[in-house]
Design a protein around this ligand. Sequence first.
Ligand code: SF4
Length: 361
Amino acid sequence: MKKNFKQLSQKEIALFIHQLRQKPFRVKQIIHWIYGKLASSFNEMTDLPKELREELNKTAFISNLHLLQTRVSGDGTHKFLFELEDGETIESVLMPNTLGDGKFTLCISSQAGCAMGCAFCTTGKLGFKRNLKAYEIVDQVISVERSFLIPSPVAGGGKGEDDSQQKITNIVFMGMGEPLNNFNEVAEALWKITGLMGFSKRRITISTAGIIPKIYELAEKAPDINLAISLNATTDEIRNKIMPVNKKYPFKKLLKACKEFPLPPRRFITFEYVLIDGTNDTEEDAARLVKLLKGIRSKVNLIPYNPPLQEKSQVYRQPSENRILEFQKILHNAGITVLIRKSMGADISAACGQLKAAYSS
Ligand code: SF4
């Protein structure tokens, strides 16, 4: 059976090349073509001898995600619907950092569907389909860079060789799925994205609903990666209701793990807080949040709830602007860095909690 080179580790590629009786420097060359120049086939690797390319084509291949649909929001956000080899679908979202500067944040998925069942999230309603393999996670970055940001990566000389081109500067694991429930594949993907593609660890964020043992493991195995916690409530009663994970991993233990998380100097843990009208948006909630975050170097992103576009009877609603500002003021007055996160791509169902991995119009 042909080997998928994106599925192989650096060592496995070295062994493969050795078995073809090729010189060791070919390994570096091929890896640079795949992860640096984003080549999608051996035929693009023009500095390999023709005979080697032919031999590689006979025995191996380079997988590529199948792009089914791209949707573009009025605010410049792009949503990509990808099909995996087994027919499962996932979505990735590309958001401009500042409109027009050519720099983007890419939000990627770590699972097809999600088992966590957060009540405010469309992905949660899909249920869990399967974990993504490391190469399927990395391929979201490669596919978006290749098909969208760099019109002709190979002809143009490859990623990173022209500073004026559009590029992804930040990567967030906030798409479909709970990344820490797919820890090994996510850890391998992180290694490839940083070690082989050259992204800085400081610019990558893993967001979790609160899988406490894996937070400790993340600190150990992937230090320097930014941590974000999807918190969304200040009492067990409300958090149990909107985030069932809280029954297994209560948020007070979660906050203890955050206190113990070894943060590098000048770094913070980001707490995501989806504000839902009448559920978690009172002044008491804000005051409790201030107390809970004491002793944690933190910043808070307030995310006004994004209702699913097609849902007729909405269980949850977005709070009024006044209430959102009031909530922010209480945190701000307590010295917490707090931002109201403008939901990008809400008009194309690309905002937080809206991903459903299906065609949309
Ligand atoms: S918010 Fe995240 S963890 Fe919760 S259901 Fe949605 S994708 Fe899963």
